[in-house]
Design a protein around this ligand. Structure first.
Ligand SMILES: [Zn+2]
Length: 87
């Protein structure tokens, strides 16, 4: 092996090691991301359970007079007539 061939072999080996190291780091971050995504999905699941358990997805209407004989909820926009029947 000539000096030039030896040098080329070293450069190739170093390149292979760099790629191996990079792929290893990438794999570690992929695992970290997967763990965080699983935790996030779990957090969303718990949040949905609380919303359902306390019926928090339903509006506590806050009606304001809109037109004569008509009320409109300022939060969700639902309308009803002043005597309580829905339009
Ligand atoms: Zn409402």
């Amino acid at each position: 092996m000539t000096n030039n061939e030896y040098e080329a072999a070293c450069v190739t080996a170093a390149g292979c090691y760099d790629r191996f190291e990079g792929e290893h780091k990438l794999k570690q971050w992929d695992e970290q991301i997967a763990t965080l995504e699983a935790a996030l999905a779990k957090a969303h699941e718990h949040r949905r359970e609380i919303v359902n358990q306390y019926n928090l997805n339903k509006c506590e209407h806050d009606y304001i007079a809109e037109h004569f004989g008509e009320l409109r909820c300022r939060k969700c926009g639902e309308e009803r007539s002043i005597n309580g029947t829905r339009n």
